[in-house]
Design a protein around this ligand. Structure first.
Ligand SMILES: [Zn+2]
Length: 250
């Protein structure tokens, strides 16, 4: 009987180890791999941390573990001290991931991915669409900061996607029209795939994320080169507003 607690302890250690290995395998795949990782809520996963990301796989794991912490309510302590600011100011930034997401106030990347000052390079536009300025911002982080991962993050109940659906065939005037025009093809694609009713905006959101990932690959030689060299990966994901978790849609 006296040996039993030790056995249970080592069994638990093995199980935790296996889970970490499985997570690492699921998230460390090639840039072209389709529909992969989905954050899994588990205490041991929340403990997976690295002092510094060195490759796209590490960055993906940091995002996953950060979102797991957020969902479970076990947020890490953030260093917002004067010392940290001084360090970032003197030594420069080295964000481990670029996050392109919607401007929606419910989708703040540093909060939902539980990351600190200097961790994420963030670009936000309504509907997470890109133009030359947004692509240029991403290129800056890829080329000059050597950030190894781009996450394109759409979200549930996106107002920009709904606006594109409501616009139908009609023209939307002004600057908002530019956003609607960007999303419209994804709405058409979702409709062609048979999406209707409440499913339509959700399916269109997923199509929009895929379209943005494709646009980044096609329109940026800098991104394309980094992808080719294996120093960069792009993932597409969708955030669930009430559950607080994201899932891969690519
Ligand atoms: Zn949105």
């Amino acid at each position: 009987m006296s040996k039993l607690p030790g056995k249970i302890k080592s069994l638990r250690f093995i199980l935790v180890g296996m889970l970490i290995v499985i997570l690492a395998v699921l998230t460390g795949c090639s840039p072209k791999k389709a529909a992969v990782e989905e954050p899994t809520i588990h205490d041991s996963a929340a403990k997976v941390e690295w002092s510094e990301a060195v490759d796209p796989g590490d960055s993906k794991m940091k995002l996953i573990s950060g979102n797991v912490r957020y969902v479970s309510g076990k947020l890490k302590a953030k260093d917002l001290s004067a010392t940290k600011r001084k360090d970032l100011s003197e030594n420069g930034q080295k964000p481990f991931a670029i996050v392109l997401t919607c401007s929606d106030s419910r989708v703040s990347p540093e909060l939902i991915l539980d990351q600190g000052l200097g961790d994420l390079f963030v670009i936000r536009t309504a509907g997470n669409v890109v133009d030359p300025i947004a692509i240029g911002s991403i290129e800056y982080a890829v080329e000059h900061l050597h950030t190894p991962l781009i996450m394109v993050l759409g979200h549930e109940q996106c107002g920009a996607v709904k606006a594109a659906i409501e616009a139908g065939e009609g023209k939307v005037e002004g600057n908002l029209g530019a956003i609607v025009e960007k999303i419209r093809p994804s709405v058409e694609k979702a409709k062609a795939a048979g999406a209707t009713g409440v499913d339509l905006p959700e399916k269109a959101t997923e199509e929009n994320v895929k379209a943005v990932v494709k646009e980044l690959e096609e329109k940026s030689p800098i991104i394309r080169d980094a992808l080719g060299q294996g120093t960069l990966q792009i993932i597409g994901a969708k955030y669930d507003l009430d559950e607080g978790r994201y899932s891969s849609i690519r």
